[in-house]
Design a protein around this ligand. Structure first.
Ligand SMILES: Nc1ncnc2c1ncn2[C@@H]1O[C@H](COP(=O)(O)OP(=O)(O)OP(=O)(O)O)[C@@H](O)[C@H]1O
Length: 605
């Protein structure tokens, strides 16, 4: 995964450019560590004390052997004192290692929690055009596993660099202190270690990347299947999907096994090298002891150090993989954090305040032009004006640009040419938060959050009272249904409100409108999925909700818009006809064709 993503991220840029970008990402993500500077100093001090205590132990035994036992001095008091000091050192090592781990976790988790918070907040501010381009699944990966990789960097890689780096330096120091010649001999093994580490590193990285990419494919497959479960069962695809799942599962298992085998091989090779070094030390040191040029205690301490010498090297090498995936994760996260939204709030001195309770709701689309790619306009030129409180229906063929018009009024995108004004104020001059309080949107499939009915109606704004919510629900005719639920308004709705019918979900979204009272109301195919009986219920609610609000209704079913004050007929991004239902029928034009077509379909049904 890291490699392919890095490649995707880099596109066809030169490696110099990529390195520059990675460095920038590293620098910026590292800024998150700045507030934890003191904690890191604490980690460093604790690590130094913990490791020193660890490495003093063989030295202490050396003193006991050489200065006392070998000299034939068997002073019980002294040995007991040394044993006490040994125990004390063990306790100090435990204490500082414990403190160092806790401090590092505290800083690491704090850093990542802040990155995750900023990332989520930033993503929620990005424009719709961004979500058109980016796969949502990869954003989920960014927020979950990329931040987790960064967490591993601060808690594991960083720890390894500090702890294992210092251990190595101190071991080398003690070895040279004990016997310079034997220390030099021991270090001859270093180039071999370097070569083995280099060879394995490449192989391990490849194995790791393969496993990661197979895992994300497996996760993607599960997510896709869960969201399409209804369709899978309806088309009896269970067996086929299980077969495909097994393929993904098997391939992930194989990748994992390859990674495990490579890891075991690498660790065992290191063990063999460690034992070879030990044999070398015992052989050379034994000879020296035999010829009385070295004390037995020195040989004991040396063998202890050489045993400990390989572990930190092994650890640092293993962390290299995590370090590489961290670079990729930091790149990806920084790429998101540095993305500017296309739709921006006005600068403070250009802002115009338009509060929902003070606005009239007059809307003007002044010769607007828009295309998702500017070269390919979906709406070439549209001029539409809505009076305050007017209800306008928009009909037209699929792809005529009706939903696009709504997205533009909500400022999910900005127009390429012309302007949209509410109460004569360009919507680009209104802060987006105010604009979204002014304009209420009801979509074909209303989005319900996991939470109680109460919170879904008031959108988790606890300052809105239960009474206000109940009143709104009564108003739109959904109260009776809610109180029949086991916990009434406190009943928990599952993901996207899957426990409710389409009509019930729609009525709850109408209640939201009543609670938030926007001046302008937009319904985008709000009744498309409803049977005619439920549609009637929703129509009644609509009459209630739209009273006194400027309302824009997009509908395929002409019955939904027939009673609007005015109907606009759109074709290929242009308004081709306009008038009341009767006027449009009298024109014998495109609307009449749509109407006759719809009537024929109803009769056939
Ligand atoms: N996010 C997008 N990115 C690129 N093109 C888009 C996007 N959304 C819509 N389009 C294109 O813009 C055109 C207008 O789409 P729009 O959804 O506004 O039509 P519509 O009239 O609402 O259609 P329908 O009645 O089927 O919902 C279509 O050609 C569509 O393919």
């Amino acid at each position: 995964m890291p490699n392919s993503s890095a490649a995707a991220l880099a596109g066809n840029k030169s490696s110099g450019e990529i390195k520059g970008k990675s460095f920038e990402a590293f620098k910026n993500i590292f800024k998150y560590a700045a507030p934890h500077k003191l904690t890191f100093v604490g980690v460093f001090v604790c690590a130094l004390l913990g490791i020193s205590a660890d490495l003093l132990q063989p030295y202490l035994v050396k003193i006991i052997i050489d200065d006392h036992l070998a000299q034939g001095k068997a002073e019980f008091g002294f040995i007991a004192l040394m044993a006490g000091i040994y125990l004390g050192i063990t306790f100090i090592s435990f204490l500082f290692t414990y403190l160092q781990n806790n401090l590092l976790q505290f800083a690491g988790q704090g850093i990542v929690a802040k990155i995750r918070k900023d990332l989520f907040h930033h993503i929620s501010k990005l424009s719709m055009s961004y979500f058109d381009k980016v796969h949502r699944g990869s954003l989920v990966t960014n927020v979950s596993s990329d931040t987790e990789t960064i967490s591993q960097f601060f808690t594991q890689v960083f720890l390894s660099l500090i702890r294992d780096g210092m251990t190595l330096v101190l071991i080398i120091y003690f070895m040279f202190r004990l016997d310079t010649t034997l220390a030099w001999y021991s270090l001859t093994i270093l180039p071999v270690i370097g070569l083995v580490a280099f060879m394995f590193r490449r192989y391990l990285r490849q194995a790791y990347q393969v496993t990661r990419s197979r895992l994300s494919r497996l996760i993607g497959f599960i997510a896709e299947n869960l969201s399409g479960m209804g369709l899978i069962q309806a088309f009896r695809q269970e067996e086929e999907q299980t077969r495909r799942f097994n393929e993904h599962n098997q391939s992930y298992w194989e990748g994992n096994m390859r990674e495990v085998r490579a890891n075991v091989l690498f660790n065992r090779t290191f063990d063999i090298l460690g034992n070879l070094a030990l044999v070398l030390v015992v052989w050379l040191g034994g000879m020296a002891v035999f010829h009385h040029t070295m004390e037995v205690g020195v040989l004991y301490a040396f063998t202890s150090y050489i045993r400990q010498f390989f572990q930190p090297i092994n650890q640092i090498t293993m962390q290299w993989n995590t370090f590489q995936s961290t670079t990729v994760s930091m790149d990806r996260i920084w790429k998101i954090l540095s993305t500017e939204p296309d739709v921006k709030d006005p600068l403070p001195d250009h802002q115009t305040v338009l509060k929902a309770d003070e606005a009239h709701g007059k809307v003007d689309f002044d010769h607007i032009s828009f295309g998702y790619s500017p070269a390919n306009p979906v709406i070439p030129d549209l001029d539409l004006h809505l009076d305050a409180g007017e209800m306008v229906g928009i009909v037209g063929t699929t792809g005529a640009g009706k939903s696009t018009l709504i997205s533009l009024l909500n400022r999910f995108y900005d127009v390429n040419r012309g302007s949209i004004r509410i109460d004569d104020i360009d919507i680009r001059d209104i802060p987006q938060q105010q604009l979204h309080r002014l304009v209420g949107l009801i979509q074909q499939d209303p989005f319900l959050f996991t939470g109680s009915v109460l919170d879904n109606v008031r959108l988790f704004q606890t300052d809105i009272s239960r009474e206000k919510v109940t009143e709104a629900c009564r108003y739109v005719g959904v109260h009776d249904m809610i109180i029949r639920m086991p916990q009434g308004y406190d009943s928990l709705l599952s993901e996207r409100g899957s426990g409710l019918s389409a009509g019930e979900r729609q009525l709850i979204s109408f209640a939201r409108i009543m609670v938030f009272e926007p001046r302008i109301l937009i319904l985008d195919e709000a009744t498309a999925h409803l049977d005619s009986q439920t549609e009637q219920l929703v129509q009644n609610a609509l009459q209630t909700v739209s009273k006194g609000r400027t309302t824009l209704i997009i509908a395929h079913r002409l019955s939904t818009v027939m009673h609007a004050d005015r109907i606009l007929v759109m074709k290929e991004g242009r308004a081709v006809e306009e008038g009341t239902h009767d006027e449009l029928i009298a024109m014998h034009g495109y609307y009449e064709q749509l109407y006759n077509h719809a009537r024929q379909a109803t009769e056939e049904e």
